[in-house]
Design a protein around this ligand. Structure first.
Ligand SMILES: Cc1cc2nc3c(=O)[nH]c(=O)nc-3n(C[C@H](O)[C@H](O)[C@H](O)COP(=O)(O)OP(=O)(O)OC[C@H]3O[C@@H](n4cnc5c(N)ncnc54)[C@H](O)[C@@H]3O)c2cc1C
Length: 416
């Protein structure tokens, strides 16, 4: 039997490995870090004495690749969220609270009900959103939509900064259009918020590793691929700390590493070069009951609050302006927002701040042009990763789709 070497155990690599192992192919998974999961991971934090995520992640009910991946590994039940699409916000400046409540189907009757849409907006304000569906690759959201006003502040800015991790005015209108196509245009059933509980690893990573082990996949954690050796149009070998792995005749590899590693390992590969940070904080405190899985905050430093049974976590996306700030000073500013929104004591509980400097590639039109197709000029080497040409921004759904696509391309080349 020939072998598929999957290099990189983030969600793209895990999704590729799961798709291949599910079809009975022989797979070796090579992950460079001490644990799998990549940018979507959990770990025991000694300061808090509990397992936390590197960063809060949300997915949407319409993320069909994520759902099929979780179904395959048996952990779809670990995603929690409302039965109908409901997204709640609090405006820190005015104290105003609202919940957008779309219809489940594609006809947006909800826009004609002031109680279900963003305050101070009218139904016609939402029409320009559809312009994003036809945006050119060189246009920014600011070129296509009015980037101010109640709809912008109360929904579009928070949604797009959360999903694109790039200041929305400067972000690619085509990538925003891809999101609108998969959410608003389909109806509320496609954009019910889903969050992994109790942790990312428990839902996205550990069940995948169990699934792979149960199918005999050789999982090599802490084995960084240091170099690739080519022979004509073929990848001939992978250099790892344990020595060189030579690829036999029918073997192939899927390189599912972040873009900055792909460009190091592969001569001439085109990949994004600019990244945006995300800052998360975790507070060891029980959240008040009845909160949604993700609460939007307007007019503060905190953008989203995620309540978990044993912690309250917050996210700031597009966080380059604060990523170098002192961690304790940040924690205090974050907690001030959280305490105000959730009406909790101002005394800050034990905290942890996690800074991810290269959380995603910058979703600008210029960077979106630097994405590679999964096929390479080497006949037995494929690419996967959220940065490859998925048509989506850097997201879990994009990562999983890229892994599944690479696996689909690999399958016919691999014997059973
Ligand atoms: C804080 C934060 C919050 C986010 N929030 C969201 C969100 O709410 N929703 C959402 O959809 N997305 C979110 N994202 C983005 C999402 O996490 C990523 O798009 C996704 O995890 C990328 O997966 P990947 O497999 O493409 O890449 P990675 O996760 O980067 O995986 C690549 C893997 O390759 C390994 N590797 C690197 N070099 C080598 C080597 N030489 N040899 C072997 N292995 C190697 C790495 O260790 C890593 O495990 C967020 C990201 C961050 C950081």
């Amino acid at each position: 039997m020939n072998t598929a070497y999957v290099v990189g155990g983030g969600l793209a690599g895990l999704a590729a490995a799961v798709a291949l192992a599910e079809k009975g192919r022989k797979v070796v998974l090579i992950e460079g870090a001490p644990q799998a999961g990549g940018r979507c991971r959990s770990y025991f934090d000694a300061t808090l004495g509990q397992v936390i995520d590197n960063g809060n992640h949300f997915v949407l009910s319409g993320n069909y690749a994520v759902m099929s991946y979780l179904t395959a590994i048996g952990s779809r039940g670990g995603l929690i969220g409302p039965e109908k699409s409901r997204t709640s916000f609090v405006d820190l400046a005015t104290g105003r609270r609202w919940t957008i409540a779309p219809d489940e189907g594609p006809i947006p009757f909800w826009l004609f009900d002031a109680a279900r849409r963003v305050p101070d907006t009218g139904p016609l304000d939402y029409l320009p959103l559809f312009k994003l569906l036809f945006a050119r690759a060189d246009e920014t959201i600011g070129d296509v939509l009015p980037a101010s006003g109640a709809l912008w502040e109360g929904l579009l800015h928070p949604f797009f900064i959360g999903a694109l991790n790039t200041e929305p005015k400067t972000a690619s209108a085509a990538l925003a259009g891809a999101l609108v196509r998969e959410t608003f245009a389909k109806g509320g059933h496609a954009y019910r918020i889903r969050v992994a509980h109790p942790t990312l690893a428990a839902v996205f990573v550990d069940p995948a590793l169990d699934f792979l082990r149960a199918r005999g996949v050789d999982i090599r954690i802490g084995q960084r691929a240091r170099a690739l050796r080519f022979d004509g149009d073929r990848l001939a070998a992978l250099a790892t700390p344990d020595g060189e792995i030579a690829l036999a005749g029918g073997d192939l590899a899927i390189l599912a590493v972040p873009p900055w590693v792909a460009t190091e390992l592969l001569p001439g590969v085109v990949a994004p070069t600019e990244f945006r940070s995300i800052v998360n904080a975790h507070f060891k405190a029980a959240p008040p009951p009845g909160l949604p899985p993700m609460l939007g905050v307007i007019g503060g430093l905190v953008q989203w609050i995620f309540p978990f049974a044993d912690r309250i976590s917050i996210t700031v996306s597009g966080a380059d302006a604060i990523v170098d700030d002192d961690r304790e000073a940040l924690a205090k500013r974050f907690w001030a927002d959280v305490a105000k929104v959730l009406r909790l004591s101002c005394d800050m509980p034990p905290w942890q701040v996690v800074k991810e400097r290269r959380a995603t590639f910058a979703a600008t039109p210029e960077q979106a042009r630097l994405r590679s197709r999964p096929q390479t000029r080497w006949s037995n080497l494929l690419l996967a990763g959220d940065w490859t040409d998925t048509g989506l921004p850097s997201t879990i759904e994009g990562a999983v789709r890229s892994g599944q696509k690479a696996a689909a391309l690999a399958l016919p080349k691999l014997s059973v």
